[in-house]
Structures are given as structure tokens and as C-alpha cells.
Design a protein around this ligand. Structure first.
Ligand SMILES: [Zn+2]
Ligand SMILES: [Zn+2]
Length: 958
């Protein structure tokens, strides 16, 4: 099997395979088939052990050399080192071969084989001998030389644990050697902490080797000095240490190119142009990257061998696939394996942006990437077509049966950290069903700039993954970041028998103290969910149960109260006034008699329709010709009519209009009534009613004149209709407002509980005024409060409406946080208008916030917010005197000329007398109406008395 790993390590794109001495196929260059492989059994153990003894002897030599030569750096010691160099590699190769042999029966030895092979590759390629590397390889070789003893014992769980630990130490050692070897000669020497890293590795190796020997029941105390000796130094290291100490320490040297050059010339080394960069890179990160690549490469190698083990007949497979035609998922071209080379495929990292007509990755039309053609979609690196592939799956509901998904939000950056596991139902909406049962694992979001996993595993691939995980004990499928603060991760969970029994997904934002972890049990043979998903850990921002319910303050208001109905009914009892010479009857046809609008801020428009009836008998042959129409108006309480600004007759009427006897002319009109000086430019929200008449009803008098200058007139009453100011809507959980008597406006803010905002927005949203927020936002607000230690948080919601105008008003909103229970328990909304000193209007209201997700069972005492924003100090609103609703000015009976013609006369007589007779009754009615309308208002009695007195006075004067 290990031979197979060697030969068929699989494609390793994206991995700098040359670092491990592998070619682009992942094929090893260092495996020498002619090297004698032990024949197994106890003989193998003996062989390995002999090799190990040889290692120990060599180590003694090297160590001795290093110590005795000290800082002289003479060529003699280097020669000694050079002669031992090949020996230590040879020993390592011998041990490696014994592992290959062992791996045939114990596959879990494979990782050690792959790693030692990688180490040997690096060392073989190295141009110079380095005491530290030689020492580390010898320690590694010594440790591994004990592994053949595995054959003599029963491998227990604890043995496997030690092997896992051993593999970890091996990976670290390999990464260190590799990183160290990549540094230039000068950087390697000047980075004086390198020695500490080697020392740390040596310590780990010592501990691990000891544990391993105990576990393998080996007692070889005589040779253990290889573990305990100090890590050797090259003379150049010592020179570098002295140089660094003499020139102000490592940081000073790292920052000065001049010092680096001086050291190079002292050491007779040439200065590489990258040396400054190398000196200043974060070695820990590079080490980690190298180790990550090593782990990837290890998984690749092992899965290639497992696939071989499952399929068999690798040679035949290779033969047939050479002839097979594939279509590349990256570029869409057809290709054969035989012609697929390192740079055969050209593609873009990003998708084509049809709007900008470019690729976001490089802004050119020529593909910016080159690689091998690939026949199946993969996450090894980014390519444009993958976004479409993934989008076909994620963009629809019929493609995936999601078993579990987790999400955390970073409240500082709004980054969303996500992961999910589910069954893949289709490759695209309404598309084909996967050939084999398949699961989909996602970690992070498919992106050109951030790490992600979007990977499917069918039952066959799950079987392979299971075997690989059993061998390597590398269970992490993918992790977005090595950071412990913020990451998303998916891991296999193995049974004691080494079979995958589930997947664990974990997400954590750095603003959360604990991660969300879900375990999803799966049956890999059927790719099905095999039990209930378990919540292993709850992350995000947690809230606690409040010990008592929150009690919110009452709404505070200083505001007028707009009338919600008309001041009184419109009067329709006015009669025509005319002279006997002009027998005309005017009647209001429109209902209501007048309708008004205040679209203009300069004047109101009143419209209506009246009928004009010629009362002459039919045979009189006396038409009436109306030559002019004029309009006058007054407000109730005023004692004179003023001419209207203008009157316009509708229907394109041109005066004079002639009306035949007993005929009617229907006159539609619009009268323009100007606003008074102080009233212009006030914005009123009710444009379908009069502004001029907003407080008192209006009377309009239309005067019609015939060609002989005879006049007749009709009075029409106008009362502003009900305003119907905005009210709480059925969906509102709160509505706060103020009423302004000046503009007759109601200015309010609605709070509505809305539906969920998509998959990441939580169960509900709140609409506060014109802002819609989800639970993420609310949790961020709690987070902010906790971070600042403040409990009243300005949400920055609010508006300054219509600034500079008469209907200007403002509102603001704060979130109130219980810092003890970590809850956003209420929002506070303040509405203000026209506040100058202690005058003006305001409303302060509180609305409870619905409970957010993520509440712990722990109960904590509640702690109300410390409110910094208070209700403004305003005088209570004092309404002006109640309006005068009616007067008798238009009620006077016209004098009826006695000389009029019979019919007309009698008609007028009846009308006149009836009007006269009805006065007391109408007065009563109106007084009742006034009384009714004013009954709720304080101080109304005096006003009623006044108006009554005025009434009586006027009556007397007539
Ligand atoms: Zn590109
Ligand atoms: Zn291609």
C-alpha cells in the first residue's frame, strides 16, 4: 500500500509539492526501489533497531564535532559534518523502508512514512549541512526506529493515541525543517530564535519517544542520550548570536539592512535580495502553513492509496482513463489525461460579470490562472465556474435537505460565520438526482476572497474518507482559520472501530465567548441522517431569563388633540334672497354643499354646484339673463363678507347665460379664498379640506346679477370634514404621536413586528418608523451595550422631517439594555415638534422588544437601563378657547316686498314666514349642538355665554 502511496499520490495542485521532493503528480523522487526492504517479521525489527543504533553512533560524532570545534568554523569540522550527512539520511531511509513494510499490515503507520519521506526529501535537496537539521532528523529517525515493535504488541487505544501524538510531533518537525531550509543562509543564522524552535521540537520528540517506548514495552536506556543531549549549534549560529547581541538585539538587526549586510560580509556570505523580507516574516505563520500543506498532502496520499485498495487494478484504470475524454469543469474544454499538463487549463478565478463586462479577479479578458484540467468540481482553489455550480445548489429549496446549519455573527465586522450539513437532493433545481446518495458539507461562503468548503461526498467518497480518517486520524474536513477566536469548521466523528459516524460543525465569531457546535450523526453507507442532531455547544450572544417581568414607564405627552370628527353638521337651510324683479330660486345641488382643498399654501379652493331656476310662468315668455356671478366669504363670528379672490365657472360657461321660464341652469363653480397673511406657507397634511376654515366654519355667499343689475344671492355653509388623523395599524405593537393644532397635523411613529428577514435574520424583524431591523442587529446592540457598559444605546434611528417648514418635526429612538440579563428589553421613542424653551410638543413612549433567540435557562435579576435621555421640560399644552361654531348673521329674513306678483309673492311670503317661525327652534338646535360639541372642553361655559350674548345682541339689533 505504501508503495502505492509513493507511486500514486494523486494530483497535488495548489500544494508546493517540490517542497516535499514530490513531482507534480505527487510522485516521490526519493523512493529508491532498489533499497533493500526488510522482509517483515521479527527480522525487520532487528534491522530497524540496528539502523537505530547506527543513528545513535553518528549522532555522537556530530555532537562531538559541534562541541569541540566551537566558533572556529574551520573547514575540517564541515567535512566531518558532510561525511556524516549522507549517513544520517541513509539511516532515515532505512527506517522509512521498514515503515513501508510495516504499513502493509498496519495502515496507521502510513502517516509516519509519508512525513519522514517528506523530511528526507527536504534534507536531500539541501545544499549545505546544518547541525540542527541533522540532529532533528536523527531524533526523528530514532523515534520511528521503534515502530516495528508494534508487531509484537496488541495495539490499544492508548497506543493509537501515542501514534497520533507522534504524528503531530513529526508534522511539526517536518514543517520546521522545511521552513528553516527555505530561509536564506543569512536569514537562517540571524533568526536566532530558530534554535529555540529546534530545542522545543527536540523536547517534544523526547517526551513522545519515551511514551512510545513505554507503550511498545521497549527498554533501551543505554541509547537514550540521543534524546537528552543539547541541540547543537553551527559555528555560524554562534557568530550570529554574538553579532546580534553586539548590535542592539534581534529587532535592531532585523530593521537595518546595513547591519545585515555587515554580518553577511563578516560571514563571507552573499546577500540575497529577499533577506530583509525573510527576516521580517512571521515564522510561526509560515510554520503553520507548511504544516497545513503537509496534512493536506498526507490526506491526498492516503486517500489515493485507499481508493486503490477499494478499486484495485490501478494499472488497468490508468490505461483506460488515458483514452477517456473528459470535459474540464474549469474551462469547459475537452481533454484526455494523456495530454493534461501542468498548464493545460486556462481560467479565471472569478465569474464573468456581464454588467461590467469583466472578470472581477483580474479585469482582463485573458484568463489569469493556469493549471491542470479537472473533470470534477472541487474546492482546492477558486475558479469562476464553481460559483455557478454552487449557486445552482444553494439558490433553491429543492436541491438540499439541510440536516443542520449553524451561524454566528461578528458584531464588530458583521462577518457571518456559517456551516451546514445536509443531503444533496439535486445538482440544480428540478435537475438530476445524484447517481449515488450524496451529502453536502459547507463551511463558510463560496467566495473569491475568503476560505470556504463546499463539498459533496457520495457513499463511495464517504467510505474512502472514513478509511483515510481511520489511518491518519486527521478528522478535520475543513477549517476556515487557525484562529481560535473566529472560525468555522467541519470534522468527521469516528467510532471506536474507526468508522465515520457523523459530522460536527462548529462556528465561532470573535465577539462570541463560546462556539455553536452541532453534531450530525450520519450513516455513511446510505448517506442518511442516522439520529437526532445534537447541540453540543451554544454560542453567540446569550441572554438570561429575567427574574421578574419588565415594567415600562407610561407614555408621556405634551400635545394638542386633533378633533376626530367634524365640528358640527353642515347647515343646508339657507334660502335664496332676491328681489321681486328677479324671480329666481337658487338651490345647492352638491353634497356636501362645498368641498374644499388646500393644495396651495396661499389660498383654498371651494367648489360646489347650485341650480338657478327661473320662476317666471311658462307662458310669460320672460327669460332671465345672468350676466355676472360674484362670490363673498366670511368665517363664523365675522360680521361682514369679504370678496373672494376669484370665482370660476366650470363647464366652459361664458356669461351671460339665459334661462327660459321654468327652466334651470346648473352652475358649477370654484371659488378661490385667500389665506390671511399669517396663514400663508403653513403646510397642512389635510389637503382635502380647507385651511382657512380649519377652526371656524365658513360661509360663502354667491351673488348673481342679471342684465338689469338686479341681484339675487345664496349663502352656503362650509364645515371642515372629519380629519381622520393616522392611527395605530392592526400590525402595530406601538404607535406614538403628537398633534399640532397649528398645522392640524398628527406626527407619529409606528412600531411593527414583521416577519423573519431571510435565513440569517432570525425569527422576526421590527420595523421602527422607516427602519427595519433583524435579531442580528438587536444582538449587536446588546453586544455594544455590554462592551461600552452603557444601557441606553442610541439606535441612530429617527428623522428630522420637513426642516425649516411649519410641519417640521423629529423623532429619535434608543434601545434599552438590561446589562444583567443581557437583553434588549425595550425601545424608547421620543417625538418632538417646535420646541422653544418650555413651549412645544413632545411624546415619549416605550415599547417592549419581543424575545430574541438564544436564551439560557439561567435566571438573573433584572436591571433597568440608566436612561440619559429624559422627557423635555415643557409646559402643559393649553388649548385655545373653543371655537365659535355658528352665528345668526345669515339667518335674518329678507324683507319681502309686498308688491311682487302673486305667485312669487305668495311663495316668498311662505318662505319668509316659515323662516321667521323656525328661528327659535333652530337657535335651540344650534345651542344644543354647540353645547354638545363643547361639553368636553373646560372653560366652554363662558365661551357659550359670550356667544349667546352676541347672538341676543344681534337679534335685538335686527
Ligand atoms: Zn481573471
Ligand atoms: Zn480546463
Amino acid at each position: 500500500m505504501l508503495q502505492f502511496i509513493d507511486d500514486n499520490s494523486g494530483p497535488l495542485q495548489g500544494i508546493p509539492t517540490e517542497l516535499f521532493g514530490l513531482d507534480a503528480e505527487g510522485r516521490g523522487k526519493i523512493y529508491k526501489s532498489e533499497v533493500q526492504i526488510s522482509s517483515g517479521g521479527s527480522g525487520a525489527t532487528v534491522g530497524v533497531m540496528q539502523a537505530a543504533v547506527g543513528v545513535v553512533n553518528n549522532v555522537k560524532d556530530t555532537a562531538g564535532t559541534a562541541v569541540t570545534t566551537g566558533g572556529d568554523g574551520d573547514t575540517g569540522s564541515l567535512n566531518v559534518a558532510a561525511s556524516t550527512a549522507t549517513d544520517y539520511i541513509q539511516h532515515a531511509l532505512t527506517v522509512m523502508d521498514s515503515l513501508a513494510d510495516l504499513g502493509k499490515v498496519m495502515p496507521f503507520v502510513a502517516p509516519a512514512f509519508v512525513i519522514i519521506k517528506a523530511i528526507i526529501a527536504v534534507e536531500q535537496r539541501a545544499r549545505d549541512v546544518d547541525a540542527k537539521c541533522t540532529d532533528l532528523v536523527q531524533r526523528v529517525t530514532f523515534m520511528l526506529s521503534h515502530l516495528p515493535a508494534l508487531k509484537n504488541i496488541t495495539v490499544t487505544d492508548s497506543t493509537r493515541q501515542i501514534i497520533d501524538r507522534m504524528n503531530d510531533v513529526l508534522k511539526k518537525s517536518a514543517a520546521l525543517i522545511q521552513t528553516y531550509r527555505k530561509q536564506s543562509a543569512i536569514a537562517r543564522r540571524l533568526s536566532v530564535h530558530n534554535k529555540d524552535r529546534f530545542a522545543s521540537c527536540a523536547t517534544s520528540l523526547k517526551d513522545c519517544t519515551n511514551d512510545l517506548m513505554v507503550s511498545l514495552q521497549i527498554h533501551q536506556s543505554a541509547q537514550l542520550d540521543i534524546l537528552t543531549r543539547p541541540v547543537p549549534s553551527d559555528p555560524e549560529d554562534e557568530a550570529a548570536e554574538k553579532f546580534v547581541a553586539a548590535h542592539g538585539g534581534l529587532d535592531a538587526v532585523k530593521g537595518s539592512e546595513e547591519l545585515v549586510k555587515r554580518f553577511a560580509s563578516e560571514m563571507k556570505l552573499s546577500v540575497d535580495e529577499k533577506v530583509m523580507e525573510q527576516l521580517n516574516t512571521n515564522i510561526t505563520e509560515v510554520l503553520q502553513q507548511n504544516q497545513d500543506r503537509l496534512e493536506e498532502s498526507l490526506n491526498e496520499s492516503v486517500s489515493a492509496s485507499v481508493i486503490e485498495g477499494i478499486k484495485g487494478l490501478a494499472a488497468q484504470m490508468t490505461e483506460s482513463s488515458k483514452e477517456q475524454k473528459f470535459v474540464c469543469v474549469q474551462c469547459g474544454e475537452e481533454y484526455h489525461d494523456s495530454t493534461n499538463g501542468k498548464k493545460s487549463c486556462s481560467f479565471h478565478r472569478a465569474r464573468y460579470d456581464s454588467r461590467n463586462k469583466t472578470y472581477a479577479c483580474c479585469s482582463t479578458s485573458n484568463p489569469c490562472q493556469a493549471g491542470r484540467h479537472r473533470s470534477e468540481h472541487h474546492c482546492d482553489y477558486v475558479y469562476g465556474n464553481f460559483f455557478d455550480f454552487a449557486g445552482d445548489i444553494t439558490g433553491y429549496v429543492d436541491t438540499v435537505d439541510k440536516w443542520t446549519s449553524v451561524e454566528d455573527v461578528n458584531f464588530d465586522t458583521w462577518d457571518k460565520i456559517t456551516a451546514s450539513v445536509g443531503r444533496l437532493l439535486r445538482w440544480k433545481s428540478r435537475g438530476a438526482i445524484p447517481e449515488l446518495p450524496t451529502i453536502l458539507v459547507t463551511v463558510g461562503k463560496v467566495s473569491i476572497s475568503t476560505p470556504y468548503l463546499f463539498k459533496t461526498f457520495n457513499t463511495y467518497e464517504l467510505e474512502v474518507a472514513s478509511k483515510v480518517a481511520d489511518i491518519t486520524h486527521q478528522t478535520v474536513i475543513f477549517r476556515t482559520s487557525r484562529s481560535k477566536e473566529q472560525y468555522a469548521m467541519a470534522e468527521w466523528v469516528l467510532s471506536a472501530e474507526g468508522v465515520i459516524t457523523g459530522i460536527t460543525i462548529t462556528v465561532k465569531a470573535s465577539t462570541s465567548s463560546t462556539p455553536f457546535i452541532r453534531f450530525c450523526p450520519i450513516n455513511i453507507a446510505a448517506a442518511t441522517l442516522s439520529g437526532e442532531v445534537q447541540a453540543i455547544s451554544e454560542g453567540g450572544l446569550r441572554s438570561y431569563r429575567p427574574s421578574t417581568p419588565y415594567v415600562l414607564p407610561e407614555v408621556q405627552r405634551v400635545s394638542a388633540t386633533l378633533p376626530e370628527k367634524a365640528l358640527r353638521e353642515v347647515r343646508k337651510d339657507f334660502k335664496t334672497r332676491t328681489s321681486p324683479n328677479l324671480p329666481i330660486v337658487l338651490k345647492v345641488v352638491s353634497d356636501p354643499p362645498l368641498s374644499a382643498n388646500s393644495w396651495s399654501s396661499k389660498h383654498d379652493l371651494f367648489s360646489g354646484t347650485i341650480s338657478v331656476f327661473n320662476k317666471h310662468p311658462p307662458k310669460s315668455m320672460e327669460p332671465i339673463s345672468i350676466s355676472s356671478v360674484t362670490a363673498f366669504y366670511r368665517l363664523i363670528g365675522d360680521e361682514s363678507y369679504k370678496p373672494a379672490q376669484s370665482i370660476q365657472l366650470e363647464d366652459r360657461i361664458v356669461l351671460p347665460v339665459t334661462i327660459d321660464p321654468r327652466q334651470t341652469w346648473t352652475m358649477k363653480f370654484t371659488v378661490v379664498v385667500p389665506r390671511s397673511e399669517g396663514e400663508t406657507n403653513i403646510e397642512m397634511p389635510w389637503q382635502r379640506s380647507s385651511f382657512v376654515a380649519r377652526e371656524r366654519p365658513l360661509r360663502m355667499k354667491l351673488v348673481l346679477t342679471d342684465v338689469e343689475e338686479e341681484e339675487c344671492s345664496l349663502v352656503i355653509d362650509y364645515v371642515s370634514p372629519a380629519l381622520e388623523p393616522q392611527k395605530a395599524m392592526p400590525k402595530d405593537i406601538a404607535f406614538f404621536y403628537i398633534d399640532d393644532p397649528h398645522t392640524l397635523g398628527r406626527y407619529g411613529v409606528h412600531v411593527i413586528k414583521g416577519n423573519a428577514m431571510g435565513p440569517l435574520g432570525g425569527q422576526f424583524s421590527l420595523v421602527i418608523g422607516n427602519n427595519t431591523v433583524g435579531q442580528d442587529w438587536m444582538k449587536k446592540t446588546i453586544y455594544k451595550a455590554l462592551k461600552l457598559g452603557e444601557s441606553e444605546i442610541d439606535t441612530n434611528f429617527g428623522q428630522n422631517n420637513n426642516p425649516g417648514k411649519t410641519n417640521a418635526w423629529s423623532w429619535k429612538c434608543w434601545a434599552l439594555i438590561d446589562l444583567s440579563c443581557q437583553r434588549l428589553y425595550a425601545f424608547k421613542i421620543l417625538i418632538t415638534k417646535d420646541i422653544i424653551g418650555t413651549k412645544g410638543f413632545a411624546c415619549l413612549g416605550y415599547v417592549a422588544c419581543p424575545e430574541l433567540e438564544g436564551v439560557d435557562n439561567e435566571t438573573r435579576p433584572i436591571q433597568y437601563a440608566t436612561e440619559m435621555t429624559k422627557f423635555p421640560g415643557l409646559e402643559p399644552y393649553a388649548p385655545s378657547l373653543p371655537p365659535l361654531l355658528d352665528d345668526q348673521f345669515d339667518d335674518v329674513v329678507p324683507e319681502t316686498p309686498k308688491t311682487a306678483a302673486g305667485a312669487v309673492n305668495s311663495s316668498y311670503g311662505v318662505a319668509g314666514s316659515s323662516t321667521q317661525l323656525t328661528i327659535p327652534e333652530e337657535l335651540n338646535q344650534r345651542l344644543t349642538s354647540i353645547d354638545h360639541n363643547l361639553s368636553s372642553i373646560k372653560d366652554s361655559l363662558s365661551r357659550i355665554a359670550t356667544s349667546f350674548e352676541q347672538f341676543v345682541e344681534t337679534l335685538k339689533s335686527k
